[in-house]
Design a protein around this ligand. Structure first.
Ligand SMILES: Cc1cc2nc3c(=O)[nH]c(=O)nc-3n(C[C@H](O)[C@H](O)[C@H](O)COP(=O)(O)OP(=O)(O)OC[C@H]3O[C@@H](n4cnc5c(N)ncnc54)[C@H](O)[C@@H]3O)c2cc1C
Length: 441
């Protein structure tokens, strides 16, 4: 998964906009700022797309999305097509469709209910019968107990470890400065306004800062006396050896989610199966997260231990001290291999073409989640000059270019194409002033 950007710049002293974080959100923000001729420097503590943005499944989907995300996702899809055409390398972008199998009555109600809710968006999503779905995907219908499927032919996918570094190179071609292996320790303020960042290599002044720090955004904000309802859950993924034949559509079933890969194997995982790390913020935000924890309880494993006192749990450091971001350049959590063996078994039962496939590689990814599983994009009360682009909640790879573009617009006073109010953090009670006064004591 190592894909370094070509040029590593010296740390500049000033830019119009500083972006913190080199995942899909930050890289897209830098891309659209640079395309508009705005000077931008992006700081990544490790390497571009070292964390979630190279570890995800690679699904770029409208299917199954919350209504609030739909206009932005439709825009993001258009941006993905443009990006795939503009980068001069193959990022594995394919419009192969996304399919969710219906295996129970509850699945049927869920999928039909979603289809009814999104009817005004003009999507090409539709229900398939069991035989249509089995024929299209090449499934073992009787063994898998398939009752039908929800299918969106225009949905797509890309190879995450290739896509985001290629976008960073594209941003560089448009004039963005991308600095890897330099962490931002905190924000620099003058008269209350955020007008710079303190990096491990010194102060960089700017007019606006975009925070796209993935799972680290809450940690950085807490040190600033601000709070963010964002927790981390660990998800495990594997890729298989080459398989004889794979459908062009990605598809999700109850035991396994499958994406065809450019290298002839498949990426496999199980939707929703995750480990929830117990860190101090889990107690602070417990009430807000209770509804999703309840609904996911059966498929989540609770983990307490070293991580409680680990870097994600740290909330106080000075600007001349090494920050938690320098302690963990690339978060590389250990995957749950026993879960993945079970997932491979479930996939093989469903999909006869996987019969001889073996696990070729497995990895973990730490996902940042908000209480309503919708990203937070926009300004922060109490920190003028700061724009958040974070909390992408396990489905931000697809939305990424749209999120980056919206953050770039908000940071430069341009009216975004989609309504940003749906993503405002004012929907949560941030209690920032309370924390700020506590910090001042
Ligand atoms: C296993 C898994 C499967 C997923 N599957 C899908 C999928 O199929 N489809 C989909 O749409 N989404 C999926 N997602 C979600 C998607 O990957 C994320 O929502 C998205 O990549 C988040 O992008 P980001 O830029 O916000 O964060 P990240 O990619 O995590 O990037 C944040 C970056 O900021 C850097 N950083 C943080 N703090 C600092 C600092 N202080 N200074 C400098 N750098 C800093 C970090 O090093 C990191 O590289 C999945 C996620 C996982 C983990």
């Amino acid at each position: 998964m190592q894909h370094h950007s070509k040029a590593i710049y010296d740390v500049p002293k000033r830019a119009s906009v500083v972006v913190i974080g080199g995942g899909v959100a930050g890289v897209s923000a830098a891309l659209y700022l640079a395309k508009s001729g705005i000077s931008v420097v992006l700081f990544e503590k490790g390497r571009i797309a070292g964390e979630q943005s190279s570890r995800n499944w690679g699904w770029i989907r409208k299917q199954g999305r919350d209504l609030a995300e739909m206009p932005l996702m439709i825009e993001a899809e258009r941006l993905w097509r443009e990006i795939a055409a503009e980068v001069d390398e193959d990022i594995g972008y394919r419009q192969g469709g996304v399919t969710y199998l219906v295996q129970t009555e509850a699945d049927q109600n869920l999928r039909e209910g979603w289809l009814a809710k999104v009817k005004d968006f003009g999507l090409d999503s539709r229900m398939l019968t069991a035989s249509e779905a089995s024929a299209m995907l090449g499934l073992n219908a009787p063994k898998a107990n398939i009752k039908g499927a929800l299918h969106t032919p225009s949905d797509s996918y890309a190879e995450p470890p290739l896509a985001v570094p290629a976008m960073a190179r594209l941003a560089q071609r448009h004039g963005a400065q991308i600095v890897e292996a330099v962490a931002v320790r905190g924000l620099h303020r003058e008269a209350g306004r955020v007008c710079g960042v303190v990096t491990e290599r010194g102060l960089v002044r700017c007019d606006a800062v975009i925070l796209a720090g993935g799972v680290w955004s809450r940690t950085l904000l807490e040190n600033e006396g601000l709070t963010l309802p964002q927790l981390a859950i660990l998800s495990s993924v594997m890729r298989t050896t080459r398989v004889s034949q794979v459908s062009t559509s990605t598809f999700g079933a109850n035991g396994a989610s499958i994406r065809p890969r450019a290298d002839g194997g498949v990426t496999l995982a199980r939707a929703g199966a995750a480990q929830f790390d117990l860190i101090p913020a889990a107690f602070q935000h417990f009430g807000a997260f209770l509804p999703i924890l309840r609904s996911r309880w059966q498929i989540m494993k609770l983990r307490a231990g070293a991580s409680f006192f680990g870097p994600l749990g740290r909330t106080r450091w000075a600007m001349d001290q090494a920050s938690p971001f320098e302690a963990v350049r690339v978060m590389d959590p250990t995957p749950d291999t026993s879960l993945l063996k079970d997932v491979l078994g479930a996939a093989q039962k469903l999909y006869p073409h996987l019969a001889g496939a073996r696990m070729a590689e497995s990895w973990g990814g730490m996902i940042d989640v908000t209480p309503d599983e919708i990203p937070i994009i926009g300004p922060v009360a109490g920190a003028p000059g700061l724009i958040l682009a974070t909390g992408l909640s396990g489905h931000g790879f697809g939305l990424g270019p749209g999120i980056g573009r919206m953050a770039a617009d908000l940071a430069t006073g341009v009216r975004p194409q989609s309504d940003p109010s749906l993503f405002s953090n004012t929907r949560f009670d941030l209690k920032s002033s309370a924390l700020a006064s506590k910090a001042a004591l």
